[in-house]
Design a binder for this molecule. Structure first.
Ligand code: IPE
Ligand code: IPE
Ligand code: MG
Length: 252
């Protein structure tokens, strides 16, 4: 009997690298941790813990293909609406994970950065993140952008307020505010726009993620729940991206 040979993640990795035209920046809306746990009759917090394992896998997979920027949306400002116990489990997981993993990230030349209102977190969570960012600041490999306590509308509103303040003090004027200037006022000022946005778990929405930044991102939705997401899923998303034609309003 002829058996169909399974393609390994490594084979897809080689294929997409060979093809070239890799995205510069992949952003992931990781979703489905809760449902992954509920399906197994487990508490949602276990789903989040498994979600961390998936993040580790994906960071390794991204580094393998020398992806320059990987963004992970881990907590939105709307997520504070969840039950207190779940919010505190997520906060704790953030702190513990960053403290535990930062050494390995550093050894692998990964530079950790964050996007979002980190200043609104408790001092312990905040300092865990800040220390991680400081420790890896000199690294030159994958930039891992952890998006925490972030919402797209808040990002835009904050940029508007900044520009209004600058205008009031004579450092900006209406004519000088173009897309580039606005971009530089966003929380993602130092990042290239995402080329590819992946959302897991079958939900087909942006949920207040990078609203401005996603203007011309390619969107990729998969029904895979985040804790089940593996290297090969990332590579499949990139392979799909490589098949797309980005026109930016122009003709093919
Ligand atoms: C994603 O999983 C993680 C966060 C948004 C914090 P969810 O917790 O949203 O999982 P579902 O969507 O309820 O399954
Ligand atoms: C989006 O997921 C936020 C993050 C992935 C951090 P949610 O699970 O919060 O989104 P909704 O509520 O289904 O839109
Ligand atoms: Mg969700």
């Amino acid at each position: 009997m002829k058996r169909k040979r399974r393609i390994t993640a490594e084979q897809i990795a080689q294929r997409i690298v060979k093809k070239g035209k890799l995205p510069r920046h992949v952003a992931i809306i990781m979703d489905g941790n809760g449902r992954w746990a509920e399906k197994r009759g487990l508490p949602r917090a276990i789903g989040h813990k498994e979600g961390v394992t998936a993040v580790k896998r994906v960071v390794r997979a991204a580094a393998r293909i020398e992806l320059p920027y990987l963004t992970i949306f881990a907590f939105s400002r709307e997520n504070w609406k969840r039950p207190r116990s779940e919010v505190s489990a997520l906060m704790k997981l953030l702190e513990v994970t960053v403290r535990r993993e930062i050494g390995e990230l550093h050894e692998n030349n990964v530079r950790l950065i964050t996007t979002g209102r980190i200043d609104e977190l408790s001092p312990r969570r905040k300092s865990a993140l800040e220390e991680g960012v400081r420790q890896t600041a000199g690294n030159t490999g994958l930039v891992l952008n952890l998006v925490f306590n972030y919402s797209g509308r808040d990002d835009i509103l904050r940029a508007v307020k900044r520009l209004v303040e600058e205008a009031a003090t004579g450092r900006a004027d209406a004519d000088g505010i173009d897309e580039e200037r606005f971009d530089a006022s966003l929380m993602t000022a130092d990042l290239p726009e995402p080329d590819l946005i992946v959302r897991t778990s079958g939900e087909m929405r942006i949920s207040n993620f990078f609203l401005w930044q996603a203007a011309y991102a390619e969107l990729y939705f998969t029904s895979t729940l985040w804790p089940d997401f593996e290297a090969k899923h990332l590579y499949e998303a990139i392979e799909e991206y490589q098949r797309r034609e980005r026109r930016f309003g122009s003709v093919g």
